[in-house]
Ligand binder design. Structure first.
Ligand code: ADP
Ligand code: ASP
Ligand code: MG
Length: 411
C-alpha cells in the first residue's frame, strides 16, 4: 500500500464527463489499496474568465479580493469530483486550502506556501476517505485571508501536499503524456522524455515550458518528491507511466541538450547614447529593482569613443509599460538620447545538463539561426542553458531549427 497525490489540471476536469473520467483514475488507485489525496485545478478557461472579471471591475483591483474571486474555480471542481467519486461508491470529501490548512505568505496573487498541516488528510485516510483538495489556494494565517499561488499553482499545491503527507509519489495528470523535448503543440516531432533532471525541469519551466509551475519543481527538488507528469487522457484501466522528474544521477543517457523552451512573455528596452561612466547601470537598474521589475537579459555595448554607449535589456511583457515610465522619468539623471522598446520579441532557450561539459553548444545555434536568416537581438548563457531573444514572427522556425540541430527530433 502506498500514499499517492494525484493532480488533475484544467483540461482534465473541463466538464462533468472529464471529471467522471478523473474519478475512474482515482478509483483505480483506491482499488489497488492506496491512500489517495487528489488536487484539482479549475475547469479549463475558468481562471482566465475570473481574472478578466476582476480587471473589468477595476484596473487597480484589490489583490485580496482578486484571490477571493479566482480561488473559486478550484472550489467548484473539488466539490464536483467528490460527488463524482461518491457516485461510483468511493468515500471522498472536498477540502479547501484554509480547511487543511495550507498556510501561505500574504503575497496575494502569487503567494508562497509556508507550511501544510497534513494531519486532517491522514485522519481521512484512516477512515478510507479520499481527500479532494482545491489546488492553487491557501490562507494567510495572520490576516485570515484567502490567497492564491500564481498561475499554474495547483502543481505546487500537489507537490507541497505530497511532501507534507510524505507521499510515495505525486502524479501530475495533464493533457500531454509527459514532458517533451519542446512544446509538442509547436513541434510535432517533439519526443516524450522518460526522465528529466530537476535542474533541467526548473530551467525549462522558468524559461517558458508551462507544463509544470516553476515553484512545484523547486518544492519537488528540495523535498525529494517522486514526481511524474502523465496523461489523464490515457485509458484509466491502462495508463502509461509518463515522465519522472528525478536527480541527475538517475539519468543514464544524458544528451547535451535535453529540451528547447520559448517564452513570449518578454519585452525589450534599449537606451541609446547613454553616458559611458561609472554608476549608469545602477541608475537604470536599481529603480527597476525597487519597483519589483525583474530584468533578465542585459547587453551593454563597449563604446567606441569612451563617451557614450547603448544599453539593451528585457523585462516581463506585463511590466513593459511600467518600466518605460520609470526610465523616461529618470532621463534627467541617466542622460540618454532616446528610449526604444519592442514587445514583439520571444526568448528561445536550450537547456541541458550536458552543456556543463561541452564547449561550443550555443555557437552552433547562432550559426544555425543565421543560416535561416533569424536575427539575434540579445543572448544570455549560464551553466546548463542559453537563451536568444529574436523577433516573435520567427518563433516556430527557431524552435524547430534548434530542435533538429541538437538531435531532438523523433527518430
Ligand atoms: P494543466 O491544465 O493540466 O495544468 P497546462 O496547460 O498548464 O496543463 O500544461 C500542459 C501544456 O504544457 C501542454 O498542453 C503543452 O502544450 C505545454 N507544454 C509546453 N512545453 C512543454 C513540454 N516541454 N512538454 C510537455 N508539454 C509542454
Ligand atoms: N486554475 C489556476 C490557473 O489556471 C491554477 C492551475 O490550474 O494550476 O492558473
Ligand atoms: Mg498547469
Amino acid at each position: 500500500m502506498a500514499r499517492l497525490v494525484m493532480k488533475f489540471g484544467g483540461t482534465s476536469v473541463a466538464n462533468l464527463d472529464r471529471i467522471r473520467n478523473v474519478a475512474q483514475h482515482v478509483k483505480r488507485e483506491v482499488e489497488a489499496g492506496h491512500d489517495v489525496a487528489v488536487v484539482v485545478s479549475a475547469m479549463s478557461g475558468k481562471t482566465n474568465e475570473l481574472v478578466a472579471w476582476c480587471t473589468d471591475a477595476s484596473k487597480l483591483y484589490d489583490k485580496r479580493e482578486y484571490d477571493a474571486v479566482v480561488a473559486s474555480g478550484e472550489q467548484v471542481t473539488s466539490g464536483l469530483l467528490a460527488i463524482a467519486l461518491q457516485e461510483i461508491g468511493i468515500s471522498a470529501r472536498s477540502w479547501q486550502g484554509w480547511q487543511i490548512p495550507i498556510r501561505t505568505s500574504d503575497a496575494h496573487g502569487s503567494a508562497r506556501i509556508e507550511s501544510i498541516d497534513g494531519s486532517s488528510l491522514v485522519n481521512g485516510f484512516n477512515r478510507k476517505e479520499v481527500a479532494v483538495i482545491a489546488g492553487f489556494q491557501g490562507i494567510h494565517a495572520e490576516s485570515g485571508r484567502l490567497t492564491t499561488l500564481g498561475r499554474g499553482g495547483s502543481d505546487t499545491s500537489a507537490v507541497a501536499i505530497a511532501a507534507a503527507i510524505e507521499a510515495d509519489r505525486c502524479d501530475i495528470y495533464t493533457d500531454v503524456d509527459g514532458v517533451y523535448t519542446t512544446d509538442p503543440r509547436i513541434v510535432p516531432k517533439a519526443r516524450r522524455l522518460d526522465r528529466v533532471a530537476f535542474e533541467e525541469m526548473l530551467e525549462m519551466a522558468s524559461l517558458g515550458a508551462k507544463v509544470l509551475q516553476v515553484r512545484s519543481v523547486e518544492v519537488a527538488m528540495v523535498h525529494k518528491v517522486k514526481t511524474f507528469v502523465r496523461s489523464s487522457f490515457d485509458d484509466p484501466a491502462n495508463p502509461q507511466p509518463g515522465t519522472l522528474i528525478c536527480d541527475e544521477e538517475d539519468i543514464v543517457e544524458q544528451q547535451v541538450v535535453t529540451g528547447i523552451a520559448f517564452s513570449k512573455d518578454e519585452a525589450q528596452l534599449t537606451l541609446r547614447s547613454v553616458a559611458d561612466k561609472p554608476g549608469v547601470a545602477a541608475a537604470i537598474f536599481v529603480p527597476l529593482a525597487d519597483a519589483n521589475i525583474n530584468v533578465d537579459m542585459i547587453i551593454q555595448v563597449v563604446s567606441n569613443d569612451k563617451k557614450s554607449t547603448d544599453i539593451t535589456f528585457t523585462v516581463p511583457a506585463a511590466d513593459f509599460e511600467r518600466a518605460k515610465v520609470i526610465i523616461e522619468g529618470l532621463r534627467g539623471d541617466i542622460g540618454y538620447e532616446s528610449l526604444q522598446g519592442a514587445t514583439d520579441v520571444v526568448k528561445i532557450s536550450a537547456i541541458g545538463i550536458g552543456m556543463r561539459s561541452h564547449a561550443g553548444v550555443a555557437a552552433r545555434a547562432f550559426k544555425a539561426l543565421a543560416d535561416k536568416g533569424v536575427n539575434i537581438r540579445a543572448i544570455t548563457t549560464s551553466e546548463i542553458k542559453f537563451s536568444v531573444l529574436i523577433d516573435a514572427e520567427y518563433t516556430e522556425l527557431a524552435v524547430r531549427t534548434l530542435h533538429t540541430l541538437y538531435g531532438l527530433d523523433k527518430p
